[in-house]
Design a protein around this ligand. Structure first.
Ligand code: HEC
Length: 159
């Protein structure tokens, strides 16, 4: 067991001396003294590693605007007990997955923004089919205008 460990250590040590992955660069193989070779090797690794990271970043979904981030926080605090953002998940109120797209079809003459704003301020004006008038109607008084706007901005991201 001890011998095995020694072998692994030794393998690591020799590959370190030739700079693993970069030994094809002649100046790295031959740089003297050893400390310089190691420093060059480390430098190369430091340059290459972040470059490897960037394609993964590109796969991250588009980030929310600051306003929508605030809206999401308000939503979690004040609306999440009744509304899910997962499709077809009814808590007390309807799921709001895809609401940005559905909103403009709800009330003739109201675009998505106007419908969402009114759905928050005056929920009794238009009831979603199959649901009762259970949504609190005091959000307009309770929440500052900034938070109402943020909520609408967030709901508009749920396409
Ligand atoms: C006590 C439960 C409850 C809370 C809390 C609540 N809602 Fe509702 N909500 C409902 C119910 C029930 C309906 C369906 C009846 C209606 O249309 O008013 C609804 C409907 C809606 C609709 C219309 C959905 C559609 O498909 O057209 C929107 C938008 C909405 N709520 C947003 C919110 C937001 C934003 C909040 C937080 C500020 C919130 N609700 C808080 C119960 C709730």
């Amino acid at each position: 067991m001890r011998f095995h460990f020694f072998l692994i250590r030794r393998k690591w040590w020799t590959s370190w001396q030739t700079c693993p992955g970069f030994s094809f660069i002649p100046s790295l193989r031959s740089a003297q003294p050893l400390a310089l070779r190691r420093a060059l090797c480390l430098l190369l690794i430091l340059i290459v590693l972040p470059a490897c990271g960037s394609p993964a970043d590109a796969a991250v979904p588009p980030t929310l605007s600051n306003e929508a981030i605030l809206g999401k926080q308000v939503f979690t605090r004040d609306c999440g007990s009744c509304h899910s953002t997962m499709p077809d998940t009814v808590i007390v109120g309807p799921s709001l997955a895809g609401i940005a797209t559905q909103a403009e079809t709800r009330v003739p003459g109201q675009d998505a923004h106007a419908y969402l704003l009114n759905a928050i301020l005056n929920p009794g004006d238009h009831l979603v089919e199959g649901f009762q008038d259970l949504m609190p109607s005091n959000f307009g008084k309770k929440l500052p205008g900034e938070e109402i706007d943020a909520l609408v901005a967030y709901l508009m991201t749920l396409e």
